[in-house]
Design a protein around this ligand. Structure first.
Ligand SMILES: [Zn+2]
Length: 87
């Protein structure tokens, strides 16, 4: 019987951004202490958030819409690569 609990990406994203409710926060942190799969996934999510933030910061309003989309799709490629590595 597998007792390991794995959290979906969107929950880990909210955790990484500090947007998780206190009720969800504690069990998730307890899981992170023991579950390497979730730890690895959280690292990938944190890297993804950092890349997206950097991309958004780099995309000033003066730049074209196309340039901004290019930066964001680059970030999602990076995220997919990180997920593949995490498996
Ligand atoms: Zn897990």
């Amino acid at each position: 019987m597998n007792l390991e609990l794995h959290y979906p990406d969107d929950v880990l994203e909210r955790y990484a951004m500090g947007k998780l409710s206190a009720l969800d926060y504690v069990p998730l942190e307890q899981n992170l202490l023991i579950c390497t799969a979730c730890q690895t996934k959280l690292l990938a999510v944190e890297e993804y958030i950092a890349v997206v933030r950097a991309a958004l910061a780099a995309a000033s309003p003066r730049r074209s819409h196309r340039r901004r989309e290019c930066l964001i799709s680059g970030a999602s490629d990076f995220y997919n690569e990180a997920l593949v590595k995490a498996q």
